[in-house]
Design a protein around this ligand. Structure first.
Ligand code: 13P
Ligand code: SF4
Length: 300
C-alpha cells in the first residue's frame, strides 16, 4: 500500500510529515502531525527531523523553511499556492508603510515570504486578536485577509485596523452566506465559521474559530455545521466519531487538494520540491514569525 511505502521511506530518511487540516483524507491519514497554520509553524520550529515534508500550500512550507534554514523542507505539490496570499505584494506593504508611518504591520501567515519580511509580526487566524492586542501601536496595517481584519477590529475596538489590501479574500470562504448559517440552524446544528468568512456570516454564526479552534471547541456540541474547507469535516469526524459535522458541498480549496499520496511518495523518493527562500528575505521574515511564536496567548 502506498501509505506503508510512505511511512517506511519517511522513517528511513528521518522525515516528518506535517499536514494542514484541509488536506485530503488519505493525506491526513499518512501524516505524523495535523494542525492549523499556527500549530504547524510551531511544530516546524520544534522538530528535530532531518526532512520536513509539508502537505499544505506554499506559504506554509516557506514558513517551515524560514524557521529551519538548515533542514530540507519538501512541498510535494509545487503548484499548491494560495490566491489570498497572492493578493498582497511587498511593494504594496512598503507603500502602505510610507502612508502610515506610525502604524504597526501585522501580516497573516497567508502571505509571501517577501511580504513577511516587511512585517513587524505575523499572525494566524488562531492568534490574530492576541497578536494585535500585544502591540503598543493604535493603528495597525493588517493583511491580506479583510474579513480577518474585520474580526480583529470587532474584538479590539480601541485599535484602528487598516486592511491591506482593502479587499483581500479567500475564494473558498467567500462562498458562504447567511443562507448556509440558516440551513445549519434549521437542522438544529451549532454553526462554526472561519474568520475568513464575511462579517455577516461571522455575526450570524455561533462560533468563529481557526481550524485548530474548531478542533478544540467541537466537543461542546453534538452537531455542527462547519463553514470552512470541506476536509475539515473528515478531521473532526475522526476525532469525534459520535458527533455530526455538516459541510457545504463544493467548499473545496483547489490548492489544498493538489497534494496526493503519490506526490508525497515522489517527494520522499526524489527530494522534490525542495523549498528555497532567499536568505536575506528569510532572515527578516523569521523575526516576524518568531515574534509571533514567542507570544504567550490564547488560541481561538
Ligand atoms: P487555519 O490557520 O485556521 O488552519 O487557516 C488556514 C487557512 O488557510 C484558512 O483558509
Ligand atoms: Fe488560501 Fe483559502 Fe486555500 Fe486557505 S482555503 S489556502 S486561504 S485559498
Amino acid at each position: 500500500m502506498i501509505a506503508d511505502e510512505i511511512r517506511e521511506l519517511a522513517t528511513e530518511q528521518g522525515a516528518v510529515i506535517l499536514a494542514h487540516n484541509y488536506e485530503r483524507p488519505e493525506v491526513q491519514d499518512v501524516a505524523d502531525f495535523l494542525g492549523d497554520s499556527l500549530e504547524l509553524a510551531i511544530r516546524a520550529k520544534e522538530t528535530t527531523a532531518d526532512v520536513i515534508v509539508f502537505c499544505g500550500v506554499d506559504f506554509m512550507a516557506e514558513t517551515a523553511k524560514i524557521l529551519n534554514p538548515d533542514r530540507k523542507v519538501l512541498l510535494p505539490a509545487r503548484e499548491a499556492t494560495c490566491p489570498l496570499a497572492a493578493a498582497l505584494t511587498a511593494d504594496m506593504v512598503r507603500e502602505a508603510k510610507a502612508r502610515h508611518p506610525d502604524a504597526a504591520v501585522v501580516l497573516y501567515v497567508n502571505s509571501t515570504a517577501a511580504c513577511k519580511a516587511e512585517a513587524d509580526i505575523t499572525c494566524t487566524s488562531a492568534n490574530a486578536v492576541d497578536v494585535v492586542e500585544s502591540l503598543p501601536e493604535e493603528e495597525v496595517l493588517f493583511g491580506p485577509d479583510a474579513n480577518l481584519a474585520h474580526f480583529v477590529q470587532r474584538h479590539l475596538p480601541e485599535k484602528r485596523i487598516v486592511p491591506l489590501p482593502s479587499e483581500g479574500h479567500c475564494p473558498v470562504h467567500l462562498t458562504f452566506d447567511i443562507a448556509d448559517v440558516e440551513a445549519g440552524h434549521a437542522r438544529g446544528d451549532a454553526v462554526v465559521c472561519h474568520p475568513e468568512c464575511s462579517p455577516e456570516v461571522q455575526a450570524a454564526a455561533d462560533l468563529v474559530a481557526s481550524t485548530g479552534g474548531m478542533v478544540r471547541e467541537a466537543p461542546r456540541c453534538g452537531a455542527w455545521t462547519v463553514l470552512t474547507e470541506e476536509a475539515m469535516a473528515y478531521r473532526l469526524s475522526r476525532l469525534y466519531p459520535d458527533a455530526a459535522f455538516h459541510i457545504v458541498e463544493g467548499a473545496a480549496c483547489e490548492d489544498m487538494k493538489k497534494t496526493g499520496c503519490d506526490d508525497i511518495l515522489h517527494a520522499l523518493r526524489t527530494g522534490e520540491y525542495d523549498v528555497q527562500v532567499d536568505a536575506a528575505v528569510a532572515a527578516r521574515a523569521r523575526r516576524a514569525i518568531e515574534r509571533m511564536i514567542a507570544l504567550p496567548g490564547r488560541s481561538r
